[in-house]
Design a protein around this ligand. Structure first.
Ligand code: NAD
Length: 325
C-alpha cells in the first residue's frame, strides 16, 4: 500500500469488493487460520450504558496475507429512527512491519458480504454437489446477502423460506425472483423436509429448527448465533451432525455449538475448523447421507481480509481519499 492514510467509504467498498472477491478472501483466511498462519485476538464487546448501544472490537493478524488490524463498532438500536443502519463498524488496517495506520475502511457492507462469503465457502466445501433446494431461515438485513452468495455455489432450482416475522419474507422473495428462482414461504417442518442446504440467519435465542425435521444429507450453515445465549437450532441436531466452524474457540463459547457443548452432547474435539477441509487435511463430507453443520461465528480476520481487498483496489482505482498521517 502507499504512504499516508487511505480512507475508503461504504459506497466505495460496495463498488470494489464483489461477492467473488469476498469468497476468495474469506476462504484463504480460513485456510491460513487452520495452518496456524493467522490468528484472532480476544473479542471485546461491552454494553455502553448509553444509547442502549453495544460496542466492541474484533482484531487479529494474518501473517500469510499481511493483514493486521481491528474492526470496531457495534449495535445502536435507535439508529433506524435516524435513517442509519443499527449495526455500525469501521475497519482499521495497520502496516504489520511498522504499526503505522494504513487505512480506515467502512465496515457495514463488508460485514454482510464477508458473512455471506463464510456460509458460501461452507456450502462449496460441504454440501452435496447435487443440492437443488435452498432453505432460508431468517429474512433480515443479512439474509439477502446470504441468498445471493449461496446460489452461486450450487445449481439451486428453488428457495423455501421461513421467518419468525412473516412480513419480512417478501423482500427475500424479491431477491429470489431477481435471481430467477421460485420462492415459497413454508412452515419450518416443510423447510426441513424440502431443503438440501439450509442457512439460518436470525437473532433467535431458542431453537428454530429441530433434529427430526432435517433430511439425511442436508448441509446447514448456522450464521446468526454470535453471542452467548443465542441459539437457532436444536442441540440434538448439532450432536447428530458433523460440525465445522470458522474458529473452534468461538464456536464453543458464542457460536451455535455452545449449547450442545454445555449439555455434554458433543466435545470440543468433535468440531473441525473449515480451514482444514479447504487445506485438504480433513476430508469434509464423507457420505451422501451425512448431515454437515457449519457454525459461522464471525471472526475479525474475515473483516481484515475483505477490508484489505477494499483498500488495495480502492487505492489502485483512485477511489480512496488520502490523508497525511
Ligand atoms: P436483522 O435485525 O436485520 O434481522 C433479524 C432476523 O432475526 C430477522 O429474520 C428477524 O425476523 C429475526 N428475529 C428477530 N428477533 C428474533 C427472535 N427473538 N427470535 C427469532 N428470530 C428473531 O439482523 P441481521 O443483520 O439480518 O442479522 C441476523 C443475525 O445475524 C443477528 O443475530 C446478527 O447478530 C447475526 N450476524 C452474524 C454474523 C456472523 O458473522 N456470524 C455477522 C453479522 C450478523
Amino acid at each position: 500500500m502507499t504512504d499516508g492514510l487511505l480512507i475508503v467509504s461504504e459506497k466505495t467498498c460496495e463498488e470494489v469488493v464483489s461477492r467473488a472477491d469476498a469468497f476468495v478472501a474469506v476462504r484463504d483466511v480460513f485456510a491460513a487460520m487452520a495452518r496456524g498462519d493467522a490468528r484472532n485476538f480476544p473479542v471485546i464487546r461491552e454494553a455502553l450504558g448509553y444509547a442502549d448501544a453495544l460496542y466492541g472490537f474484533k482484531s487479529g493478524f494474518d501473517k500469510a496475507g499481511k493483514s493486521l488490524g481491528v474492526k470496531s463498532g457495534g449495535y445502536w438500536p435507535g439508529n433506524m429512527a435516524k435513517g442509519l443502519t443499527n449495526h455500525q463498524s469501521t475497519v482499521f488496517l495497520f502496516d504489520p512491519d511498522t504499526g503505522r495506520l494504513q487505512a480506515l475502511v467502512g465496515g457495514n457492507y463488508l460485514t454482510a458480504v464477508r458473512t455471506a462469503a463464510s456460509s458460501a465457502v461452507s456450502i462449496a466445501q460441504l454440501s452435496r454437489p447435487d443440492a437443488k433446494v435452498l432453505g432460508m431461515v431468517g429474512a433480515g438485513h443479512q439474509s439477502t446477502f446470504q441468498l445471493r452468495a449461496a446460489v452461486e455455489q450450487r445449481n439451486f432450482e428453488k428457495v423455501v423460506a421461513w421467518n419468525p416475522h412473516p412480513d419480512m419474507l417478501p423482500k427475500l422473495g424479491a431477491v429470489a425472483a431477481e435471481l430467477g428462482l421460485p420462492f415459497e414461504a413454508v412452515s419450518r417442518e416443510e423447510l426441513g423436509a424440502q431443503a438440501d442446504v439450509i442457512i439460518t440467519i436470525t437473532s433467535a435465542f431458542e431453537p428454530l429448527m429441530m433434529r427430526d425435521w432435517i433430511k439425511p444429507g442436508t448441509h446447514i450453515a448456522c450464521m446468526g448465533t454470535d453471542t452467548k445465549g443465542k441459539q437457532e437450532v436444536d442441540a440434538n441436531l448439532v450432536a447428530a451432525a458433523t460440525v465445522f466452524t470458522d474458529e473452534v474457540a468461538q464456536s464453543i463459547s458464542i457460536g451455535e455449538a455452545q449449547h450442545a457443548i454445555a449439555q455434554g452432547l458433543i466435545n470440543e474435539a468433535d468440531i473441525t475448523p473449515i480451514g482444514e477441509v479447504i487445506n485438504g487435511t480433513h476430508k469434509g463430507r464423507t457420505s451422501d447421507d451425512e448431515i454437515t453443520l457449519f457454525d459461522g461465528t464471525g471472526v475479525g480476520l474475515q473483516d481484515l481480509a475483505v477490508a484489505a481487498v477494499a483498500a488495495r483496489v480502492a487505492a489502485e482505482r483512485g477511489l480512496a481519499t488520502r490523508a497525511a498521517l
